[in-house]
Design a protein around this ligand. Structure first.
Ligand code: 13P
Length: 229
């Protein structure tokens, strides 16, 4: 299983360092085959040693240049970061990234050999129209994306389940992941209100190979409840 912590706009450089020290001290009991990823805010990126991978929540598809407020490859290389989240619904919907922007970012970081955790997900309005509408939407989010890329992981995160406490049902996750697996034969993560109370049933689903976690990843105790479940 993959356990990925997305801090979003939470934690500071100082608290991230403490978090990682605390986490690392307790990761020794995790299963060897399980993988842990942490996506701290940009100001907390650094070279951390341990049994986990640090990734960036975002970057602009450029080495360096005049892109006020963004970071590029040069800033990531300083900390040997070569893992990135692309396509998160918060970037698509709140920050206005179009599918074209997302695809451009994907191509650039693919060229650089980055491991890409690529997020897709539908709104409640689409979910209520049924699985065919959901799949049509999810597949449209692969437009311009090379789904055969070797360092490619997909995170299915229904928007209506993010930060709402409302997790998709086991049936919904099963049906969606089975359908996704037929088109993208890559590791599939589920994200959306994953927590200690539901990790068992989610991790047991056949085509769920990991979880991408927001709220429950912010404290080491609640994140470890998932990693060590
Ligand atoms: P929550 O776990 O807070 O629902 O967030 C999920 C998410 O968006 C992770 O990227």
């Amino acid at each position: 299983m993959i356990y990925a912590a997305n801090f979003k706009t939470n934690h500071t450089r100082y608290t991230t360092k403490n978090y990682i020290q605390d986490l690392q001290a307790k990761l020794s009991t995790k299963k060897a085959e399980d993988k842990v990823y942490i996506f701290p805010p940009l100001t907390a990126l650094d070279t951390f040693e341990g049994d986990f991978t640090i990734g960036t929540q975002n970057a602009y598809p450029v080495k360096n240049g005049a892109f006020t407020g963004e970071i590029g490859l040069e800033q990531l290389a300083e900390f040997n970061i070569n893992t990135i989240l692309i396509g998160h619904s918060e970037r698509r919907d709140i920050l206005g990234e179009s599918q074209q922007d997302v695809a451009k970012k994907f191509s650039f970081f693919k060229e650089q050999g980055f491991e890409i955790i690529y997020c897709i997900g539908e709104s409640l309005e689409i979910r209520e129209q049924g699985i065919n509408a959901v799949m049509e939407h999810l597949l449209s989010q692969f437009e311009g994306i090379d789904t055969n890329y070797e360092n490619f992981v997909v995170a299915y995160e229904p928007i209506w389940a993010i930060g709402t406490g409302r997790t998709a049902s086991v049936e919904e996750i099963t049906e969606t992941h089975n359908a996704l697996k037929k088109v993208v034969n890559k590791p599939l993560l589920y994200g959306g209100s994953v927590k200690g109370q539901n990790i068992e049933e989610i991790a047991r689903i056949k085509n769920v190979e990991g979880v991408l976690v927001g709220g429950a990843s912010l404290k080491t105790e609640t994140f470890l409840e998932l990693v060590l479940h």
